[in-house]
Write a protein that binds this ligand. Structure first.
Ligand SMILES: [Zn+2]
Length: 482
């Protein structure tokens, strides 16, 4: 699963913004002989740090005029490709450029890209719209997401233009075998320090340099030493509690002893920022800004919500994932409502209605005259969170009427029925809603917002809530939860 969430508030009282992610599957990183894969025609990459110099040496498994990077998400807000800022091709006659939805390597004179290409790069943290981010630590250590170097051959410009942006379910050939090395000493992969790490289709992070790893009873933490102390305390204290609560309600998740890796981008003025993503057994977070220096009541609540959302992905996102990137409303909105229900259960004074009102308002704005499923293409990933939470609220209402249960009662059978194939599809979600509510008109309205949007989304949401018993009133055309 590629999942990446961000909570970023520009302190002048602005709203919290979140953005989400997509795709991919996860298998554990393995160590293996890279040379064997060359013989089999696999592409290999050697990623090396030597002091300040970072290089990636590609040896392509076959001839191709274009090689495209499968993870080519844009930098958030500015919507620019991060590789073009951080990477430089050193091999003559080869260029790195943006083509449609992909960063690509191409031979400048036409013909095939040389079989061996060297790239020099300067890793830096950037907030990426829907992808995994490089983490930079104040110790000089750097954590690189393993799939950052994934590349696949494309046989023509026409074939590239025909590639879907979402590669879920698309066969693009095997991922490269990547070897990771640091001249200064061993790298950290999957809890182990290795002189030379090799990843083969695994979804994880490789840490170069020194950050202390602390193995606790319930969590392993790898935290920037300059991180404001309250954040580490909050993660260490709250993550196990919220994980226990989810386990009680939903059964086993993808892990019961996660690693949490947290970087600190400094106390930038007027910024309050938390970003995160989840991989098998691993939560990464990065914090930034003067706004997170002190544990104000608001910051404590936001950070708990953030931990609750990320932890929820070990169930909704890892135990079961979505089928296509456009279905991210299932995992992101679902994780949002899971977090809200967990926070309320663990702290009855938590204002769940205010949190959910933000979802209703944002969904109303972000589905007006445009479909939710295309939100990725506009950089409006927030729609997945907000509208996904609105649909989850309606499902919860239907569940409450049928059995007196809540959102997690609706979710539990969907997770259990899909533990084997690991995918919770849109059809399965909508079918479950019809079954619980015995009202087939609900899914028609949800599908309308998903696929088309509406001129007046508040009216559609109001009808959904009316038929499922979610308490609200209308105020000047706005759905207000009560
Ligand atoms: Zn998320």
């Amino acid at each position: 699963m590629k999942l990446r969430d961000a909570v970023r508030a520009l302190i002048a009282g602005a709203s919290l913004m979140a953005s989400a992610g997509v795709v991919g599957c996860a298998s554990a990183p393995v160590r293996d002989s890279a040379s064997r894969h060359v013989a089999q025609g696999r592409t290999t990459v050697e990623v090396t740090r030597d002091g300040d110099r970072w290089t990636a040496d590609y040896r392509f498994g076959r001839e191709a005029p274009i090689w495209a990077f499968s993870r080519s998400e844009l930098i958030a807000e500015v919507r620019l490709p991060w590789r073009l800022k951080q990477w430089t091709v050193e091999t003559p006659g080869v260029v790195l450029e943006r083509r449609g939805a992909f960063d690509v390597l191409r031979a400048t004179g036409g013909g095939s890209v040389p079989r061996e290409v060297r790239i020099a790069f300067t890793p830096a943290h950037a907030q990426i719209e829907a992808g995994y981010e490089t983490l930079a630590f104040t110790t000089g250590a750097v954590a690189l997401p393993t799939r950052q170097f994934d590349i696949f051959p494309v046989d023509s410009e026409a074939a590239l233009a025909a590639m879907p942006e979402d590669l879920n379910g698309v066969q693009v050939g095997p991922t490269p075998v990547v070897t990771w090395r640091d001249a200064a000493g061993p790298v950290l992969l999957g809890g182990e320090r290795l002189d030379r790490a090799v990843t083969d289709d695994g979804n994880s992070y490789v840490l170069f340099g020194q950050v202390e790893q602390v193995d606790g009873e319930r969590l392993t933490t790898i935290m920037d030493p300059a991180l404001p102390a309250w954040i580490g305390e909050q993660v260490g204290g709250f993550a196990p509690r919220v994980g226990d609560w989810y386990t009680r309600r939903l059964g086993r998740g993808q892990t019961d002893r996660p690693t949490v890796m947290i970087s600190w981008n400094g106390p930038t003025e007027r910024i309050t920022s938390m970003g995160g993503s989840v991989m098998p057994g691993l939560i990464t977070m990065s914090f930034e800004g003067a706004g997170v220096l002190n544990p104000t009541a608001e910051m404590l609540t936001v950070s708990r919500w953030f931990i609750g959302h990320e932890s929820a992905h070990f169930w909704l996102g890892q135990t079961v994932r979505y089928e296509y990137a456009r279905d991210a409303w299932i995992t992101e909105g679902g994780a949002d409502l899971m977090a809200v229900r967990a926070l309320k259960a663990l702290n009855p004074t938590y204002d769940d209605v205010a949190a959910l009102q933000t979802e209703v308002d944002d969904c109303t704005d972000l589905s007006r005259d445009r479909s939710v499923v295309t939100a990725n293409q506009r950089g409006e990933q927030r729609a997945f969170y907000a509208c996904g939470a609105v649909f989850a609220l309606a499902a919860e209402g239907a569940q409450a009427r049928a059995t007196g249960g809540d959102w997690l009662d609706f979710l539990k059978p969907l997770i259990d029925e899909n533990r084997r194939d690991g995918v919770l599809s849109r059809e399965e979600w909508l079918d479950a809603l019809t079954e619980v509510s015995r009202d087939p008109s609900l899914r028609l309205d949800i599908e309308r917002l998903l696929d088309e949007g509406a001129p007046d989304p508040a009216a559609v949401i109001a009808r959904l809530f009316q038929r499922t018993g979610v308490a609200f009133r209308m105020e000047a055309g706005r759905v207000v939860l009560v």
